[in-house]
Design a protein around this ligand. Sequence first.
Ligand code: RIB
Length: 296
Amino acid sequence: MKVLVFGSLNVDHVYQVDHFVQPGETMASLKLNLFCGGKGLNQSIALARTGLETYHAGAVGAGDSDMLMETLEAAGVHTEYIRKKEGPSGHAIIQTTPEGENSILLYGGANQSLTREDVELVLGHFGEGDVLVLQNEINLIPYIMEKAKSRGMKIVLNPSPADESILSLPLGAVDYLILNEVEGGAISGIAESDDEKILQKLMKSLPDTRIVLTLGKRGAVYGYEDMVRRQAIYPVKTVDTTAAGDTFTGFFMGSILRGDCVEEALRMASKAAALAVSRSGASASIPTWREVEEFE
Ligand code: RIB
């Protein structure tokens, strides 16, 4: 079994600030760090850290991609399906506060330049029993899902960040839907604070899909058929929440695909996310499998 993450690669410009800049305000930041990120890249690294054979597909700018490629390769992720394109790679402008909250502004760049031919060339290398992991930061997602399904791949979707496009995705084709309350609220049409109702509605409307709803400080909940399992967070001092969701997704799926039960996968994912939250940066904050195993 091979895991293919078809997703974004971003250079994250992370500015430490006292508070998020307000409309009309000009404000000096306290510090700038550059990290490798993008929900796709982060999830590839998290999956590779669980020991799975992980391939990343997507697009970067030919002139500014060294850092992104090197970071994936250093984590053991296969990079031969990443296309180099004219123009810049994707990037994110991220503000982080002393409380560890963030706000993220995305520029899609090469992430939004995929063609149908790019998709077909990549998926030609994958088939029955392989697993496709998607987020919502590249173009052509419905096409990728349709082609992957027709090749017999399992589909894991993290529809993040939420925008109108997620409402028209062929969600019935998804095997694992991993989403937060905002995304769950948008897809189910239910107010985002009512996680039980969101879960029940998603389970009813997507009976073939395993649902994992992440709830921030209230943990996560899994639902499929008549099984519902809740998982609390592991409390840590929050330094930076960037990529906590990506770490959760990568470790949850990694654990499941290694053969663990749902309860164990939820535990590993929550521990991994806690470790990520206690560190700065996106991919730089993702722990190793051993660190997660040893974390109490
Ligand atoms: O989920 C965190 C990621 O969101 C960041 O790395 C940023 O690049 C955006 O894609």
